[in-house]
Every structure is written in C-alpha cells, then in structure tokens.
Design a protein around this ligand. Structure first.
Ligand SMILES: CC(C)(COP(=O)(O)OP(=O)(O)OC[C@H]1O[C@@H](n2cnc3c(N)ncnc32)[C@H](O)[C@@H]1OP(=O)(O)O)[C@@H](O)C(=O)NCCC(=O)NCCS
Length: 424
C-alpha cells in the first residue's frame, strides 16, 4: 500500500496548505445565506460542507474529481476508489497494488457469520449488512491506535487501514447476506483471479459469469460510488466520523441512512412499481397505460419511485449509463422495455405537477430491471448493492476529512420562537 499512502500523503499536505491559505485570507468572508425555509428543510441547499471527492451540479449530475460519471464507466471500482482519494487515476502499478491489498485483507472474521446466523430469517438485508459491519468494530485499527495515543497527523493513515479492511471484506459479507437471506445455498469462496466487483458477482452466484453480469456489477459499483457529501448517508457518516468514531461506527451510521425509502431504499421500490404495472397490464405496458398508472400513484399521494431528485434538475447521467448498458445487453427484456416506456411517460406526468421540482429519472429508475435480467430479482437486496458501492465514497471522504484535520461537525439549531423573531 506504499504507493497509495505516499500519494495520499502528498495530496493531503498540498490541500492542507491550500486550505490554510484560503481560510487565513478569506475565513471570515460570508459565502452563503440561509433562509428560514432552508432551516425547516434540513439545511437544504446551504453550502456548508467541504467535499472534494465529487460534486453534483443540478444541471449535470455526478462529477467525480472533475470527470463526468459518464466518462468513467469503463473503470474498475478499485480505480474509482484511488481516483476519489487522490484526484488521479491509478497507473498500472498503483492499481495492482490496490487489488493485491483488497485480496490480502479479504478474510472475514468467523464471528461475523455467527452474528448473521443469530438474526431472524426475515431480517432486512440492510439490517444484516449494517449489523455485520458494526460487529467488526473490535477490529478497528483507528480505535486501537487512538487508545494507544496515536498523534493527530496519523489519524488518516489508521482510517485508511480500516477503509481497506472494510472494502476488502464487503463483497464476501454482502454476497453471503444474499445467499443466506434468500436461501441460495452455501457460502462461495472468492476467486483470486477476479477484480473486486467481478468477485462480488461470482460470490452472489446468481448468474453465469460468462455473460454480462460481472460487467453490470462493475458498472453498478462505479455508478453508485459517491454523490458529494450533502446526501443523508454521506452527511451522517461524516458527522459521526467527525466525532472521531472509527469507520465501522461512521460507515454503518451512514448506511443506516441509505436504508431509508427516500434515499437508497428507493431502488427496491422501483422494481416493485414496474412489476406491479406489468402484472396489471399482463406484460409490457404501453406509454398510455403507464401514464395512467403514474397519475393514479400521485393521486393516491404516493411517489413514483425512480423519478425526482433533491438536487438534480436533469435526467441522472447514471440512469443514462444504465440505459446504454440495457440497450447493449438486454434490449428485448420485457422489464427493461417497460423502463423505456416509463421514461417516455412519467416525466410528462410529473411536469403537470408544478410542486415536483425534477420530473426526470434518477439512478434507481433502470438498475433493478438490469439486475433482474441476470436473475438478481430479490428487490429488498438492492440497497445492499448500493451500500457496497457507496462505501467507496464514504470511506474516501472519511480518510480525507481526517487527513485535513477537519473538526467536529457542530451546526447550531434554533427554536421556533427564535425563527419567529428572526423572520418578523
Ligand atoms: C428524491 C425525492 C425524495 C426528492 O425529494 P424533494 O427534494 O423533496 O423533491 P421535490 O422538492 O421535487 O418535492 C416536492 C413535492 O413533490 C413530490 N414529488 C417529488 N418527486 C416525486 C415523484 N417521483 N412522484 C410523486 N411526487 C413526487 C414530493 O413528494 C413533494 O411532495 P409534498 O410537497 O407533498 O411533500 C423525491 O423526488 C422522491 O420521493 N422521489 C421518489 C423516490 C426516489 O426515487 N428516491 C431516490 C432518490 S435518488
């Protein structure tokens, strides 16, 4: 891990220097304003967090370290992790080193399997994942070294150790959750010849590895890797991380947020919605039929899953990348065809409701149809896939925050009385 550590040490030192200069000259400058509405809406839209791994301009969608996500779809998730951390793509030697690290650290402690065995059979897969993750906290290098009096300037290195261990173990744990929860047979062994995402595909054991499934898993892991720092999971993880809780605590806290239906859980609801409408119409519904179903969903005061976004105001480029994959690999699949018809119908319906700020599809609108095509049909597992991928971004953000010596996150809350006076 020498290469990655040396590179990170350089990058962090440069950025610390840059931030010192910015804050020395402009630290007291007002850079944004806050309205009463924004306070009620959970700090919505206020520029108040520092995050360099990625950004999400409303008119463009995810940009990872300056690269639109659509330009990164051929990369391996290992390369993405390196890019998130350092701002540069790894060379061949750096990539090989990182892949070797993930393989070396992949062995999962046996007690994790026992912890999972102790949970009731109908436990939600996200609860299983977060329980497994938190159960490994006694392994935290950061916690152990902190207790031993580690100096502050080494915090990021210990966090990097935790991140590499967690990311290395994630596919095996997540795949076992799938096989155990949905009774798919015994745990499979990792294949050392495969990259991180393809090995996850192999460990799931739900599809022929000669088809497009490993490719879909790589794409899925790349597209969900990060989405700046203001979303529920990233912000929660960053807050917990800022208290110097180790990564086992902070990542599981963030992933608990991902398990919410307005955030990561929406991807399981999307396929459910698609299947319901297909069942109702006895096959691929027409654009007209979907238009009516979407109108009925809204009239019932429910949301059309996979559409709308808190930040984006265009079709999510991650949706576009999934649709491109679908057109190349499974254009005849009835569920995928339904996705395309929904895309034609739903934005027009949502545009009729001015309160809905973004009528366009988000990342979740297409992914379920592709997973189902390869036999991964258990919708309530989908957020686990999202979580495995998002761990890359959350871990990278945590390491950088430690490397920059960012302090504890502590905004100030106000009372309704305070707001009344401030607005009067
Ligand atoms: C993503 C989401 C939570 C963003 O919420 P938001 O920032 O509050 O979105 P808006 O400001 O556009 O919401 C304004 C109103 O439109 C509604 N709305 C937004 N998207 C909608 C959708 N897809 N279907 C129906 N109504 C929707 C909201 O529920 C809200 O209604 P309310 O005022 O009665 O509470 C929201 O668009 C949504 O629930 N989408 C469906 C779930 C989903 O796909 N989530 C995945 C996110 S990546």
């Amino acid at each position: 891990m020498v290469r990655l550590k040396d590179k990170l040490a350089q990058v962090l030192a440069k950025q610390r220097q840059e931030l010192q200069t910015i804050l020395k000259d402009g630290g007291a400058k007002t850079v944004d304003q806050v309205t009463a509405e924004q306070i009620f809406a959970g700090a919505r839209g206020i520029h108040s967090l520092l995050c360099d791994t990625s950004s999400v301009p409303p008119d463009k969608g995810l940009i990872v370290r300056g690269h639109p996500i659509g330009d990164l779809t051929d990369l391996l998730p290992e390369e993405i992790f390196y890019l998130l951390l350092t701002g540069e793509r790894p060379g061949k030697a750096e990539l090989e080193e990182l892949r070797a690290e993930f393989q070396r650290r992949g062995k999962t402690p046996n007690y994790v399997w026992s912890v999972l065995d102790a949970l009731p059979d109908d436990t939600h897969p996200m609860c299983m994942l977060n329980t497994a993750l938190l159960s490994m906290q006694p392994d935290s290098v950061f916690a152990r070294r902190y207790e031993d009096g580690m100096p502050k300037d080494q915090y990021w290195e210990a966090t990097l150790e935790d991140a590499l261990n967690i990311i290395a173990r994630m596919p095996k744990i997540a795949a076992w959750i799938y096989r155990k929860r949905f009774k798919k047979g015994p745990r499979l062994d990792s294949d050392p010849n495969l990259d991180w995402a393809a090995n996850y595909a192999h460990l799931l054991g739900c599809a022929d590895m000669k088809g497009g499934f490993p490719k879909l898993m790589r794409l899925y892991m790349v597209l969900h890797c990060d989405h700046e720092s203001g979303n529920v999971s990233a912000m929660t993880a960053a807050t917990v991380n800022s208290a110097l809780s180790d990564l086992y605590f902070s990542l599981s806290a963030g992933l608990n947020g991902l398990a919410g239906p307005l955030h990561g859980l929406a991807n399981q609801e999307c396929l459910t919605w698609l299947m319901e409408t297909m069942k109702k119409h006895g096959g691929v519904p027409t654009v007209e039929q979907i238009t009516q179903d979407a109108e009925e969903t809204i009239a019932a005061k429910r949301v059309v899953p996979g559409y709308g976004h808190a930040v984006l105001r265009v079709a999510d480029p991650r949706f576009t990348a999934f649709v491109k994959f679908g057109k190349e690999h499974c254009s005849d699949d009835p569920v995928f065809k339904t996705v395309l018809n929904v895309f034609e119908a739903v934005p027009k319906v949502l545009m009729q409701h001015p309160k809905i700020k973004n009528p366009w599809p988000n990342v979740d609108a297409a992914s379920g149809s592709l997973l189902a095509h390869y036999g991964l049909k258990e919708q309530n597992y989908y957020t686990v896939l999202f979580a495995v991928s998002r761990s890359l971004g959350i871990c990278a953000q945590a390491i950088i925050a430690r490397g920059l010596g960012q302090p504890i996150i502590r905004p100030t809350s106000v009372t309704t009385e305070w707001l009344k006076k401030a607005c009067s």
